[in-house]
Design a protein around this ligand. Structure first.
Ligand code: NAP
Ligand code: GDD
Length: 334
């Protein structure tokens, strides 16, 4: 039985990846950092099948201890300070965790588990002020946030360790991916949760920032399959994972509100406090390489993703016995 080691298990991707690897028959060792208020809700349904361990990307010795102890076959480095907006307020912390944290992981792997295959969670945010559209593995980077800068560092550290030490290290350049388990600070989940709250009469308004930003949004459950496939290939490489379509925040709002029979224009207001000092205006990925080399394809489209997220936030309220006071429930949920 192969052992996979995941950092970032409490996050969105950690939970989907752990499910996928368990289904494939892996022993999954998953790392959490110490917290006074640990939140295991995203993986509670599979917790008894995981080996949970404690470590922190800020602490080199914990990473080396865990690599020596578990000697994993595959390592998925998903942990990061991943919220772009917060990275403007906490740039040093973001650089430490999201940038230097990758170097700490790579050193721990090099010294304590050099035969392991390593996946780094790189990001389309690295393209930033894009040089070309669509973006591919060869598009130059121009990051627009401390988070993006830190991810570029982590990406090149991964490439450098592959080239310097012959390590099997892959960088997955993933475009935005969402799900009902997405954090509510990210725009898609903020919208889906507010749509449900507005339908149930808990809220009357949704305040957002830049409605014209365009993103290539996919489903997290599809994207973790791509991570795993990268580590199964006979050669370590870098891959874009994306849907190849792009929509605005406004379009996300429109479909999400339509799902409950409401018009987004009646509820959405723009609040400049959600603007960023520098914005990434347009992301659109070309995942041809992942399709041709790995056989990876997304299964959920944009409309399906929005509806899945809104429905989950509606259902959460319905099981608590609450009833909607505005609009109408989607047919399948009535
Ligand atoms: P997420 O939900 O924000 O999860 C981040 C994880 O990192 C959490 O488990 C968090 O633990 C952990 N973490 C933060 N600081 C840590 C530290 N110092 N030591 C150990 N763990 C730490 O992010 P996600 O959406 O699952 O994304 C997974 C990865 O993919 C991230 O690296 C992200 O930057 C990258 N990525 C995401 C997307 C996307 O659209 N989702 C796209 C491209 C790349 P706590 O719960 O303790 O905070
Ligand atoms: N979060 C948020 N909140 N974003 C808003 C809001 C709002 O109220 N209003 C408009 N937006 C716009 C942002 O300005 C941005 O252009 C877009 O919505 C998406 O924002 P986020 O959902 O926060 O995601 P992101 O694109 O900045 O970053 C995500 O995707 C990256 C991959 O490209 C994160 O998951 C990163 O970790 C990931 O690397």
């Amino acid at each position: 039985m192969k052992t996979a080691f995941i950092t970032g298990i409490t996050g969105q991707d950690g939970s989907y990846l752990a499910e996928h690897l368990l289904d494939l028959g892996y022993k999954v060792v998953a790392m959490m950092r110490r917290s006074a208020t640990p939140d295991t809700s995203r993986f509670a349904h599979i917790e008894d099948r995981l080996t949970i361990c404690h470590g922190d990307l800020m602490d080199q010795s914990s990473l080396m201890r865990l690599m020596s102890e578990h000697k994993p076959d595959e390592i998925y480095n998903l942990a990061a300070q991943s919220f772009v907006h917060a990275s403007f307020h906490e740039p040093i912390h973001t650089s430490e965790v999201t940038g230097l944290g990758v170097m700490r992981m790579l050193e721990a792997v090099r010294l304590c588990a050099p035969k392991a295959r390593f996946y780094q969670a790189s990001s389309s945010e690295m393209f930033g002020d894009v040089f070309e559209t669509p973006q591919t593995e060869t598009t130059p980077f121009h990051p627009r946030s401390p988070y993006g800068v830190a991810k570029v560092y982590g990406h090149w550290a991964t490439v450098n360790y592959r080239e310097s030490y012959d390590m099997f290290a892959c960088s997955g350049i993933l475009f935005n991916h969402e799900s009902p388990r997405r954090g509510t600070e990210f725009v898609t989940r903020k919208i889906s949760d507010h749509v449900a709250a507005i339908a149930f009469g808990e809220k009357n308004q949704l305040a957002l920032g830049n409605l014209d930003a365009q993103r290539d949004w996919g489903f997290a459950g599809d994207y973790v399959r791509g991570m795993h496939l990268m580590l199964q290939h006979d050669k370590a490489d870098d891959y874009v994972i994306s849907t190849g379509t792009t929509q605005t925040v406004r379009e996300f709002c429109k479909i999400a509100f339509e799902r409950v029979g409401l018009n987004y224009e009646d509820y959405v207001v723009v609040d400049p406090k959600f603007f960023r000092p520098a914005e990434v205006e347009l992301l659109l990925g070309d995942a041809t390489k992942a399709k041709e080399v790995l056989g990876w394809e997304p299964e959920v489209d944009f409309q399906g993703l929005v509806e899945m997220m809104v429905d989950a936030d509606l259902k959460r309220r319905m099981v608590m016995g609450n009833s909607p006071t505005r609009g109408s429930l989607p047919e399948g949920l009535v």
